[in-house]
Design a protein around this ligand. Structure first.
Ligand code: UDP
Length: 327
């Protein structure tokens, strides 16, 4: 059995990736600082606590497991925070990833699957966002991820680091079996905040901006189920194992939902009212982020089977009512 090093394996997407890796016959090794992750979320494979800034600890973990590949999820990922504290994003995401990439190359672990984001594209009016769209990020989160993509290309040229880059659109939902789920503290993401408002964990949802140039004035996003997203990562790993070339893939469905539409779906799925009020725009938010790409389906054979809004909300709701992590 082969080990795969999963940075951020105690986080939302990383914990789901560990589950599908284990199901696909790999042993995921979670490397996580627990700054934003949860010890309880590590249910598949060994746990190694460590920070990406700690090169000696990374070397130790590479030497102990000799992983065949890295899946790199660990990152700070909040747009609002990135606007307020860009230095943390450049330092943690970019310097941390540089340490990881150098450690992987030095250990001879040359297959790398990277978690990037549609936030690297920024604002493009009436343009379909595909993998060739110019990357003009609006915030330090997107900028830090774009810089790491550049880093991977440089390490490929110099050291043969093979990589698949996934640019995620908005990830939602939870493991339908309820073993892992989404749990951020503080929570900033739309669907869990709606569910908090529905069941009284917060007073109301604030809609961040109602004057965008969209049919109902609120921002539009492309939501993809976390299980579909992590399935794509296993396909990406196999792509590299098969010796296929380095590639960038958008992971989105091509369907956009406005904030108000997501709220309406959540009210319908849970059959409960959603307390909400309208607020100002949130700095750094793009008006519309919808994938226009079919590359992942055509080339990887990816079929996002659970990524319809009702299923994503139903899975998130089930988890929301049952799942609480402790560090
Ligand atoms: N949003 C909102 N209220 C909230 C949180 C988010 O109106 O309390 C909006 C946000 O402005 C964006 C969309 O919901 O248009 C998705 O935001 P989220 O933070 O979930 O993901 P992002 O698109 O920033 O990655």
């Amino acid at each position: 059995m082969s080990y795969v090093l999963v940075t951020g394996g105690a986080g939302y997407i990383g914990s789901h990736a560990c589950k599908v890796l284990a199901g696909a016959g790999y042993i995921p090794v979670t490397y996580d600082s627990l700054v934003t992750g949860w010890r309880d979320a590590v249910k598949f494979g060994p746990f190694e606590q460590g920070d990406l800034m700690d090169r000696a600890r990374l070397d130790e973990v590479f030497a102990a497991y000799r992983p065949v590949a890295v899946m790199h999820f660990a990152a700070l990922s909040q747009v609002g925070e990135a606007m307020a504290e860009p230095g943390r994003y450049w330092s943690n995401n970019v310097t941390g990833s540089l340490n990881l990439i150098q450690a992987a190359v030095d250990a001879g672990c040359l297959d790398f699957v990277f978690s990037s984001t549609c936030a690297t594209y920024g604002e493009h009016d009436n343009v379909v966002l595909d993998e060739n769209t110019p990357q003009l990020p609006l915030n330090a989160y997107g900028a830090s991820k774009r810089a790491i993509e550049d880093m991977l290309r440089d390490f490929e040229a110099a050291h043969g680091l093979r990589h698949v880059i996934f640019r995620y659109f908005n990830v939602a939902g939870a493991d339908p079996e309820g073993e892992v789920g989404e749990f951020h503290r503080p929570e900033t993401h739309l669907i869990p905040l709606i569910l908090d408002a529905i069941d009284g964990k917060r007073d109301a949802l604030t809609i961040h901006g109602t004057d965008y140039d969209t049919p109902d004035g609120t921002c539009i996003r492309d939501y993809v189920h976390v299980m579909d997203l992590v399935d794509a990562h296993v396909l990406g790993l196999k792509w590299l194992e098969a010796g296929k070339p380095n590639r960038v893939f958008n992971l989105g469905t091509g369907t956009g939902f406005s904030v108000r539409e997501v709220v309406d779906h959540a009210g319908g799925v849970t059959n409960r009212p959603v307390p909400m009020h309208e607020g100002p725009r949130r700095a750094g938010d793009a008006t519309r982020l919808v994938s226009g790409s079919v590359r992942a389906s055509q080339e990887l054979g990816w079929s996002p089977a659970r990524s319809n809004m009702a299923t994503m909300i139903a899975d998130a709701w089930r988890w929301h009512q049952n799942g609480i992590y402790l560090r």
